[in-house]
Every structure is written in structure tokens, then in C-alpha cells.
Design a protein around this ligand. Structure first.
Ligand SMILES: [Ca+2]
Ligand SMILES: [Ca+2]
Length: 340
């Protein structure tokens, strides 16, 4: 599992790796568990999904308490042709093979749309508390913001708002990121309940106690949260490249846009105009910048004009575009780009 700056990158390869060592008897045990939980045959299928999830525990992930987003699981269930009807009965062999398919589907879905996960284990909260000046400043700012009427007193219920405002960035589990946040925060706030309105000093003291408690709890029971970032790992590009028909369409559409004379050929000028008109959005240097850049544009034309006819036809354009996009796809696979 790739660790990048405290985040984990779940792209399905971890599941495939673990599945390669899962033995049949593990799957059969899952079936037995499912039957035991619900002895009736009809209920077995309903338990299959739970069984499938419990396979997560077989996948030795350092992430504690991580569950797949239901939307992702639903996609995988459909892809694996997993019986959606809870009255479907499955025997052991079918159950095992379906679970197996489901996990491969989950890996495939993750490959398409990897998840970026971070682990809240109280470390960042502790770091924050260690620096007394920083913490005092934070508490003061939060208090000022919450004291909207500027009375110097706030209701203790606003402590929750303070925590939410600190948010994931400071290592606080928030309900928008994890289901575990709400009960945990309620539990801890309940322990540090204040009566009546509180002033700034008391607010800072309470907040510190709450954070200490929260950090301690997270250290014992870390929570994995999915970060709201998209990952471009080149898989979309690869799909485009693999789909010959679609790729042709995309390439021809681009070609037609570039071919202003509509003669089905790109002249040197047409390619130059096309690149220049998109230059800024693509981050290309202007052709006039210097001789070296002008040469680059010439070289690109020559590279594209495979038969040296002085013009680029659709086929030549397509093969160059393919080459360029392939390089992008490979680079993105090695170094995915995170987009917030
Ligand atoms: Ca033309
Ligand atoms: Ca040519």
C-alpha cells in the first residue's frame, strides 16, 4: 500500500495481492459463519453480503475500522453479478465463487476510482496541543468566531461547532467523513459538559480537555477516513486508448477542429494555429518565444507527418495522439495526480 504524506492510496492492488494468498478454507469458513448466523437457507444469501464484508478482516489492512463506501460496494456487487434478491439461496460452492468474484470486482472498481484514505490516530491533535502558544491562539480565534454577539460568553453547545470547524485538517473526525464521528464526539462532549455559559478561559480549558480525550481515544481506536480527492491514475486514459472506436472518434473530432480548411489534411499552419489557440490552456510556450520553441513546433509537425508528405492526415494524427496519451497514461499510473 503506497503511503504518500500520511495518506494511503487504495487502488485495488492491495486486495488482489491479499486474495492471492487467501485459501479456499477461509472462504468456506465464511460460508459456515453466514449459515450459523442465519440458519435458514433463505437468509444465507442476505448474509453473503455481510460475509463479503467480513472478508475485509482477512485482508490484513493496517487501517482499523475502514468500511468501503456503499456506492463503491454497490457497483462491485452489480459487476460481480452478485444476487441482489435476499431470497436467493446459494450453496457453499456458489457462495465461495461469488465472494471471490465480488472481491475481484471491488479491486477493479478501486482501480478505476482509487480511494485516498487517511488515518486519524490522534497524532495531529497531540502535535497541536504540544505547542501551547499555537493552541492558545487557535482557541482564541475559535472563541471569537463563536461569540457572534460579542458578549464574551458562549453556550457550551458551541464546543461541538468548534470541533467541527477544526475539522479533518486538524485530525478531528467529522460526520461528513466518517459515521464514527458523531457518536464519538457526542460521547466525549458529554464527558466534558459545562453548565451555563462559558467565558474564553473556560472555553480554552474545556477544548483542551476534550482534545486530549479525543486524541487518547483515537490513539486506541484509529479511524480511517476517505479524503474527498479525486485521483487521476491514468485509468480513464487507458480505457480511452483501449477503446479503438471511441479513441478514433475523439481523435477525429480533434483533427476536424484543427482542420480549418476542411480538406481532411492538416497543414503546418493549421497545426500551428491549433496549438497556438489552445496553447495557453495547455501551458504551451508561444511559438514566437524564441527560435528553440519554433523548432519544437517544427519537430512536432515532422514527428506527426510520418510519410513526410508535408501534410498530416487523420491516421498520422491518430498515431501521434495515441503515442502522446500513452506516455501520459504510463506516467500517471506511476505517479497518480491528486485533484481536490
Ligand atoms: Ca486542412
Ligand atoms: Ca503525411
Amino acid at each position: 500500500m503506497a503511503l504518500q504524506g500520511g495518506v494511503m492510496f487504495l487502488d485495488g492492488s492491495q486486495i488482489l495481492q491479499e486474495l492471492s494468498v487467501v485459501r479456499d478454507d477461509k472462504l468456506r469458513t465464511l460460508f459456515d459463519d453466514a449459515v450459523q448466523v442465519s440458519p435458514t437457507q433463505q437468509a444465507v444469501a442476505a448474509q453473503c453480503q455481510a460475509g463479503a464484508l467480513s472478508l475485509l478482516s482477512l485482508i490484513h489492512s493496517p487501517m482499523c475500522g475502514f468500511t468501503l463506501p456503499s456506492e463503491l460496494l454497490d457497483r462491485a456487487l452489480v459487476a460481480a453479478d452478485f444476487p441482489a434478491d435476499p431470497t436467493t439461496t446459494m450453496d457453499q460452492a456458489l457462495f465461495c465463487s461469488k465472494i471471490w468474484d465480488l472481491w475481484h470486482s471491488i479491486a477493479a472498481v478501486l482501480k478505476d476510482k482509487p480511494l485516498v484514505i487517511t488515518r486519524l490516530d490522534g497524532t495531529s491533535i497531540k502535535v497541536l496541543l504540544e505547542d501551547e502558544d499555537d493552541f492558545a491562539m487557535l482557541a482564541e480565534n475559535l472563541f471569537t468566531e463563536l461569540d457572534v454577539e460579542d458578549t464574551g460568553k458562549i453556550s457550551p453547545v458551541t464546543l461541538k461547532a468548534a470541533l467541527l470547524q477544526m475539522g479533518l485538517e486538524m485530525g478531528i473526525p467529522v460526520p461528513s467523513a466518517t459515521e464514527e464521528a458523531e457518536p464519538l464526539i457526542s460521547l466525549i462532549l458529554e464527558k466534558h459538559k459545562a453548565v451555563g455559559e462559558i467565558g474564553q478561559a473556560q472555553f480554552a480549558k474545556l477544548l483542551q480537555e476534550i482534545l486530549e480525550d479525543l486524541a487518547e481515544h483515537l490513539a486506541l481506536h484509529p479511524i480511517a477516513v476517505i479524503l474527498d480527492v479525486n485521483v487521476n491514475n491514468g485509468s480513464e486514459l487507458k480505457k480511452l486508448l483501449a477503446d479503438v472506436e471511441l479513441f478514433s472518434k475523439v481523435s477525429d473530432k480533434m483533427f476536424d477542429d484543427f482542420d480549418s480548411s476542411r480538406d481532411g489534411k492538416l497543414s503546418r499552419n493549421e497545426l500551428r494555429h491549433a496549438l497556438e489557440s489552445h496553447g495557453e490552456e495547455w501551458g504551451l510556450p508561444a511559438r514566437e518565444t524564441n527560435e528553440h520553441v519554433a523548432q519544437l513546433y517544427n519537430d512536432l509537425f515532422s514527428a506527426c507527418d510520418g510519410d513526410n508528405s508535408g501534410e498530416i492526415d487523420k491516421k498520422e494524427f491518430q498515431s501521434l495522439l495515441r503515442e502522446i496519451l500513452q506516455v501520459f497514461a504510463e506516467k500517471l499510473e506511476k505517479n497518480p495526480v491528486f485533484v481536490s
